[in-house]
Write a protein that binds this ligand. Structure first.
Ligand SMILES: Nc1nc2c(ncn2[C@@H]2O[C@@H]3COP(=O)(O)O[C@H]3[C@H]2O)c(=O)[nH]1
Length: 562
């Protein structure tokens, strides 16, 4: 029979009682949750991120304070400071100006009355750059001594290591006053070569495609060798007398251009030059040929290495794909499968620029791998519902064990009824949970950042709880992270709290999504097999608990009023 209608004596009191009952019920649920997972409703105490961040900020502040030089203010970290690298490019420009023009002006007749003021202005500009570098930049550079970053004793370091630097800015130019305007007095400017190499190293380390710079630099070396040879040839011609013999520079046209042309033909062993006749000419020419053979062969070899290293990854990809295709052809694999394998290779290469990321990361120390993994994926992981309430460090441990894998459109990632040995996190693309005849019904489409395959993974193998509960198919190209069950359970051993959280969530998921298995789960819970005994309901809550809690209160209230 239908329950009797409620007797309402006082509407206000009834309303109050209802609201008390509602609040009590909410509290009851809260306690229930807390008994199983202490972080369930207090997210503010679960992730220790805030404490970590605070610590980090303090450390950074401290570091900044210690990096102050008492004399010069902020010191420079030469490895990471981009402004310093930008400045080095200017110093490199000044160094190149000196290197190319001091030698050219030394050999060619470039110091005519009209041009001297221009040279003077350019020289002064270059010297200003050198001076600024020595005083403001090199002096403030941190350096490493026995593994320590030294920032306090910069003065001492400057005295010992800055000798070349100081020599390079010595104003020997003052000798102009005595001996006239000659670029030889500026030859000490070439001692700044260290800065050029430093710039080169730093640039390489920050460039995404460092080989571009390496190729440019090697070409620069080649051109400079030719430049030097052009200078020597002009000096040799001058020594013999310009235009005196057929071999020497004739004195016609642009001296530099003609001498450079000679250097190219002679040093690269192209030949086709006028025959040398005097002993001096023959010796010069022979020396040129020999130097050319050694210097140019090594420089050209260097160029080949640079380009080879730049395309090494591509070559590795090609050779592994070719090897696989050969294997498939030899074993008469159906062309449909062959095409899918080819597509997988091409897509994986296009998407990640490598076939196996873990190969690259394996060589790094753990702390670096962690930094990269945390940077790339931790935020995605923190958003995943399944892992909410889990220990942060456990998430980091998990990140380190993930493997990236690509599925082609239509590929089955998991099949219903299979044993679940891994779970997946979608990195990019989408997957569909499908079922029904011909798998034509799409239950849900999961996108980047979603997890699947976790239901069977979190269940025990007893009663077949570890079987996949649905089919999951890749929709388009799906780039997934795989986490193996073995890895997950290896990690969970160290995080019992997180294990409880996941176990609870696993049970919830099973109840919600796998009805048949959920039945078995209820049976199991009765026997308290899987996750230990259910915690008893607190006494106070028990007193209020129960299905007909409201009815009970009403009866008491009714009797009381009566
Ligand atoms: N059974 C079921 N699985 C789903 C659903 N939505 C997503 N999935 C995922 O599909 C996966 C199939 O394999 P698992 O049973 O291991 O884990 C399952 C879930 O992660 C759903 O509504 N029902």
């Amino acid at each position: 029979p239908p329950p009797p209608a409620h007797i309402v004596i006082n509407a206000y009191a009834d309303e109050q009682l209802r609201s008390i009952a509602k609040r009590m019920k909410e509290r009851l649920n809260l306690y229930k949750e807390k008994v199983v997972d202490q972080y369930a409703s207090s997210p503010e105490i679960s992730p220790p991120v805030k404490a970590d961040q605070k610590k980090k900020e303090e450390q950074e502040k401290k570091k900044k304070e210690t990096l102050m030089d008492p004399v010069l203010g902020n010191t420079i970290d030469p490895f990471t400071d981009r402004r310093y690298i930008a400045w080095l490019s200017l110093v490199t420009l000044a160094f190149n100006y000196n290197t190319w023009f001091i030698t050219a002006r030394l050999c060619f007749p470039y110091h005519t009355e009209g041009i001297i003021p221009f040279w003077f202005v350019l020289d002064t500009l270059a010297d200003l750059i050198y001076l600024t570098d020595s005083i403001l930049f090199q002096a403030r550079k941190q350096y490493v001594k026995a593994g320590d970053i030294i920032v306090k004793e910069l003065q001492k370091h400057r005295q010992i290591h800055g000798t070349l630097d100081v020599m390079s800015v010595m104003p020997f130019d003052l000798l102009y006053l005595r001996f006239g305007f000659k670029s030889i007095f500026r030859i000490n400017r070439l001692l700044k070569v260290d800065t050029f190499f430093e710039f080169s190293d730093r640039l390489e380390s920050i460039m995404a495609k460092a080989y571009i710079w390496r190729v440019i630099r090697t070409i620069g070396y080649l051109l400079f060798m030719l430049h030097l040879n052009a200078c020597f040839y002009y000096v040799a011609s001058d020594y013999q007398g310009i235009g005196k013999t057929k071999w020497v520079y004739s004195g016609l046209g642009s001296a530099y251009l003609r001498c450079y042309y000679y250097a190219v033909r002679s040093l690269i062993n192209i030949g086709g030059l006028n025959e040398p006749h005097t002993v001096f000419e023959i010796t010069f020419q022979m020396t040129n040929f020999f130097t050319g053979v050694f210097v140019f062969s090594s420089l050209i070899g260097q160029m080949r290495d640079v380009i080879g290293a730049a395309t090494a990854a591509q070559t590795y990809f090609r050779s592994s794909m070719d090897g696989t295709v050969d294997y498939m052809v030899n074993n008469h694999i159906p062309s449909l499968v062959q095409n899918r394998v080819r597509t997988w290779y091409t897509y994986t290469w296009d998407a990640q620029g490598m076939l196996d990321e873990s190969e690259l990361l394996d060589k790094m120390p753990l702390v670096m791998r962690t930094a990269i993994a945390v940077d790339i994926n931790l935020s995605t992981f923190q958003k995943i519902d399944l892992f909410k309430g889990c220990d942060q460090q456990m998430l980091v441990d998990m990140l380190l064990r993930l493997k990236s894998i690509v599925y082609l459109p239509g590929d089955f990632v998991v099949k219903k009824g299979d044993i679940g040995k891994e779970m997946y996190i979608i990195k990019s693309g989408a997957v569909q949970v499908v079922g029904g005849p011909d798998n034509s019904i799409v239950f849900v489409t999961l996108k980047a950042g979603c997890v699947f395959g976790e239901i069977s993974l979190l269940q025990s193998s007893k009663d077949g709880g570890n079987r996949r509960t649905a089919n999951v198919k890749a929709y388009g190209f799906a780039n997934l992270f795989v986490l193996e069950k073995k890895d997950l359970f290896d990690i969970l051993v160290h995080y019992p709290e997180s294990q409880k959280v996941l176990a609870r969530k696993g049970r919830k998921l099973m109840k919600a999504k796998g009805p048949a298995a959920a039945k078995a789960e209820v049976e199991k819970q009765k026997g308290l097999v899987l996750f230990g005994p259910k915690p008893p309901t607190p006494k106070m809550l028990r007193a209020f608990g129960g299905k007909n809690f409201l009815a009970k209160i009403k009866v008491v209230f009714y009797i009381h009023v009566q």
